[in-house]
Write a protein that binds this ligand. Sequence first.
Ligand SMILES: Nc1nc2c(ncn2[C@@H]2O[C@H](COP(=O)(O)OP(=O)(O)OP(=O)(O)O)[C@@H](O)[C@H]2O)c(=O)[nH]1
Ligand SMILES: [Mg+2]
Length: 255
Amino acid sequence: MTVDSIKNEQAPTYRPERMSGPKARPHTIALLLPTLNEIDGLKAIVPQIDRSLVDDIIVIDGRSVDGTVEYAMAAGLTIVTQLRPGLQRAIFDVARSLPHDYIIEFSPDGNCKVDQLPELVAKISEGYNHVIVSRYLSHAVSEDDDVVTAFGNWMFSRLMRPLAPFAITDALNIYRGYRRDILLDPDFEFYMWGPVLEPLVTGMCALRGRSAAEIPGDEPVRIGGETKRSILYNGSMILLMIARLYLRKFLGLRL
Ligand SMILES: Nc1nc2c(ncn2[C@@H]2O[C@H](COP(=O)(O)OP(=O)(O)OP(=O)(O)O)[C@@H](O)[C@H]2O)c(=O)[nH]1
Ligand SMILES: [Mg+2]
């Protein structure tokens, strides 16, 4: 048996397309899809993604048991299983180990619209350190909010404004792209108590005077699956994180 015939025998039935986009893009970008039993969302979203927009698409899985991983494999995506529990650590650990200049966080549960990706990538290419898809900027709306989450999102975004030299209308949305080195700042882990990753990215950009921009983008309702977050716990930890950033910015205290 020749080497070629072995290669042919073992060739995967699905050949992923090259994910390198047009070389006009000045930065490398990894699109991160966190999943925990998100098969319905993944099936609806993945076929819609224009893979040429980013350099890699990485599914960060929290040990799904509903076929999420099998589906992602068949779709030719890179899959990484998280080591530490919690969505924020899953993204943090994987993102820190990647070689890309930028990461884009994308929730494949239907909350993030695929057709917003080209604008997000274009805005990143303008050189901003951080670009958030804001559900509350201009014409954008969240169809996924209830009264409590709408108030929480408004309040936390409002509270973060005095910390930042840039405008903030949405400090919490997962849908955002940012320079990966923001996560390598030693203070990032210091302030990352609990599920605060996304607002902390905003907060660290504010503290360090890094450039940030928002683009408006609707948030549709989730497709199937279930929410895994606890509003009360998440809200408390975000409030604590903002309080610590206030101490740092206005009193110089690193507590
Ligand atoms: N790897 C990993 N993914 C997770 C974990 N928790 C949630 N996810 C995924 O992260 C994405 C966002 O999680 P959600 O629970 O939907 O959180 P959310 O978007 O704030 O909540 P909803 O408004 O209900 O959609 C989804 O694709 C989830 O499947 C986790 O612990 N590990
Ligand atoms: Mg969601």
